[in-house]
Write a protein that binds this ligand. Sequence first.
Ligand SMILES: [Zn+2]
Ligand SMILES: [Zn+2]
Length: 264
Amino acid sequence: MTPMLTVDERIDSFTRGTRSWPHPDTFRATPSSLAEAGFYWKPFSSSPDNVVCFLCGKSLDGWTEDDDPFEEHLSHSRNCCWAIVKSIYPVEDGLPFHWDDEENLPRGERMTKARLQTFGKWWPHERTKGWFGTTKRMANAGFIYAPTDDSDDNVQCPYCETALDGWEIEDDPVHEHQRRRPNCPFFATRAAAPTKASAAKAAKQKRKPQDVNGEESESDSNLTTHSTGRTKPETKKSAKSSRSQKSAASESASSRSSNATASQ
Ligand SMILES: [Zn+2]
Ligand SMILES: [Zn+2]
């Protein structure tokens, strides 16, 4: 496997050797959040807080307390698929969810392509004859590739954080995703970017999520749903919602002036 492909490996990079991550837990850039955002630690004597993205290779250092690893990643590496899929969240909660920009819609071309790119050449079932859950179908169903130390076919929805592994030949990723989390923002998305007023109104109405394939929920699968290992979902969730608030206040990752330095 490619080095640092799993979140666990990236977290471990922060505890190797005698040195430790130089910033306190009050920073948004913790080993956990950095690993989730795709980074592993690669310190230099001149740059003790340097981190590197496992996918695009971007190096970032000079972290300050308020720097958000997800936002910094995207602002310094606009085309990294990991930065893209991990940075885009609804600006309004409630059904249907709202995005600030049409290109950020979960089922739009840009996001679908980015999810597909996370699978790279690593999906273990891609060449199995007759296998339904190809990388393309996984990406179209909202999943990114998120292998763990124990599971090379683990996928994750970046919106509801559902993680699934143990795929079998006939498993349909849309069905497996939707029957577990019918209210996931991936399914319950408005087709166009709303105005603030219409967003607030629609959020009040609480419309039902769309039924994308008309299938009924069943419990006929051996797939395993599980948490994403050693990450801290509660920490991440709060980071997410504060990112959403920032977006709502028209302060997107792209326009935000950054304190982290691109050293590549
Ligand atoms: Zn990257
Ligand atoms: Zn989901």
